[in-house]
Design a protein around this ligand. Structure first.
Ligand code: NAD
Length: 500
């Protein structure tokens, strides 16, 4: 059967690619190819950048209030079409509908944040910084911005970027993951329906060819990236070398530290969603538990009992807790990592390898997997597994736990479970991680705060959305003004002026 072929979205309408390369888009729940997507060529990138560049002057000069109103209408359309977006997310990614709905909601909250842009763009002002001299600052858009996004949140991660970018007066080119392109293309149609002028938002599904063309294009001013660490580092270095500002969010290995004084039932429940939700394919998934002191045995027993009850199947079916992983290749990689954990001597408490779902034998399924007594030298600790595998390490005290977390190269998210304010406060202060939860397993900041990690989880200086997103998508300008009159008119003298 021939599969439908998607288009690019450039200058307010669907466009065929000038290239010839296509990629298969799978439904991971069935293992079938459901559609095909063009992989944008260099020429397609040229066309998209030209459209975004041409649209910029008018959009920049549209008042922030009018830009916000377009986003308000977009938000309404996103709500009205939520069922369709949830279906597309679940169909191409595999996550359950409930999880797709939650991530859609978190994305919509970024649109809501961005509708406050008239307020967010207010600069600073000071009267009389010198006698008769005033100062004020402006935040102005940077121009054409590009966003490159991963497969695991087809709606939410693009929404971390473009609502803030276009609210600030920029134009945008989104290069979604070629594995999950449909939701991005649908959002482009909804933006158009909301009244966004042609060329302000463009979508070019593609792979490295399109990404490289964006990273080196002289008219692209800013690049936002979310994906794996090796690619994030490459994006950061290449785009920076070509004179662009860059925020490149990378991979993760998120630890939950469980103190002996924690409520272990609450903790084990919280860890189920954090480890196995979205089949572990979340950059904020808790993939590593650090059990402190006597917490280990009782916690592992609870984790095993709860994980064994997780229902695995197609994400669009009622009663299913966990869907498939994204691809057959990824399932095989995760299975190989589980093999390595066994070979290297970790205790396999629950084995998800080889799971088959009746009627969906070709789907990319894996069952929840739990390892205990893992060592930091093992592959299952060193690698970001990005699958439904939770590992438990044991340490003697909080000092050792903090040292272990801080020694890991990643620093995206972490959490502590405890009833002690002193432990929590110490952890919050000493931990070298960008997002920290206290009895909250996945501490994803709300849209009006900023999201981002430390160390190998972020290359660049500014996090996404919240005020850091506004600063990333704007350049600041400081104006110093004087309106001389009478004796104040004297501007002579060659020495460095001092105003005070
Ligand atoms: P990925 O790095 O393979 O791909 C991300 C994007 O980069 C895609 O659009 C892809 O087409 C493009 N890309 C891939 N290889 C490239 C290359 N060699 N050159 C140029 N572009 C390339 O990531 P993924 O598999 O789609 O997503 C999973 C990863 O994303 C995990 O590591 C996860 O932790 C990470 N992630 C991080 C965050 C965060 O906020 N830090 C959020 C979500 C996902």
């Amino acid at each position: 059967m021939t599969q439908p072929v998607l288009s690019l979205w450039i200058n307010g309408k669907p466009q065929a690619s000038t290239g010839t390369r296509l990629a298969d888009v799978f439904n991971p729940a069935t293992g079938e190819v459901i559609r095909r997507v063009p992989l944008a060529s260099r020429q397609d990138v040229e066309t998209a950048v030209a459209a975004a560049r041409a649209a910029f002057p008018h959009w920049r000069d549209t008042t922030p209030l009018k830009r916000a109103r377009v986003l308000m209408r977009f938000r309404e359309l996103m709500q009205a079409h939520s069922d369709e977006l949830i279906r597309l997310t679940s169909e191409e990614h595999g996550k359950t509908r409930a999880d797709a709905a939650g991530s859609l909601q978190r994305g919509i909250e970024v649109i809501e944040f961005a509708t406050g842009v008239p307020h967010l763009l207010k600069g600073e002002q000071a009267e009389d910084v010198g006698r008769g001299v005033d100062c004020h600052s402006l935040l102005q858009p940077v121009g054409v911005c590009a966003g490159i996004t991963p497969f695991n949140f087809p709606v939410m991660v693009p929404l971390w970027m473009f609502p803030v970018a276009i609210a600030c007066g920029n134009t945008f080119i989104l290069k979604p993951s070629e594995k999950v392109p449909s939701a991005s293309l649908r959002m482009a149609e909804l933006l158009s329906e909301a009244g966004l002028p042609d060329g302000v938002f463009n979508v070019i599904p593609g792979d490295k060819e399109a990404v490289d063309a964006l990273l080196t294009h002289p008219d692209v001013r800013a690049v936002s990236f979310v994906g794996s660490t090796p690619v994030a580092k490459y994006i950061y270095e290449t785009a920076a070398r070509h004179g662009k500002r860059v925020q490149a969010l990378g991979g993760a290995k998120n630890h939950a530290v469980v103190m002996p004084d924690a409520d272990l039932d609450y903790t084990a429940d919280a860890l189920m969603g954090a480890a196995y939700g979205s089949a572990g394919e979340r950059c904020m998934a808790i993939s590593t538990v650090v059990a402190v002191g006597g917490a280990g045995d009782a916690l592992v027993a609870r984790l095993r009992d709860k994980a064994a009850r997780i229902k695995v199947g197609p994400g669009d079916r009622d009663g299913i807790d966990m869907g498939p992983v994204i691809s057959a290749a990824h399932r095989d990689r995760v299975q190989q990592l589980i093999d390595s954990g066994v070979a290297q001597g970790a205790t396999l408490v629950l084995d998800g390898r080889g799971l088959k779902v009746a009627g969906k034998e070709r789907g990319f399924y894996l069952g929840p997997t739990l390892f205990d007594k893992v060592m930091t030298t093992m592959e299952i600790y060193k690698e970001e597994i990005f699958g439904p595998v939770l590992i438990v390490l044991r340490v003697n005290n909080l000092d050792e736990a903090i040292h272990l977390v801080n020694s890991n190269p990643y620093g995206n998210g972490t959490a502590i479970f405890t009833r002690s304010g002193a432990h929590a406060r110490r952890f919050e202060h000493d931990i070298e991680v960008g997002m920290v939860g206290v009895n909250v397993p996945i501490p994803v900041p709300m849209a009006f705060f900023s999201f981002g990690g430390w160390k190998a989880s972020l290359f660049g200086d500014l996090h996404v959305h919240g005020m850091e997103g506004v600063y990333f998508y704007t350049r600041s300008k400081v104006v110093t003004s004087r309106w001389p009159a009478g004796e104040e008119q004297d501007a002579s003298g060659l020495s460095m002026p001092t105003l005070g």
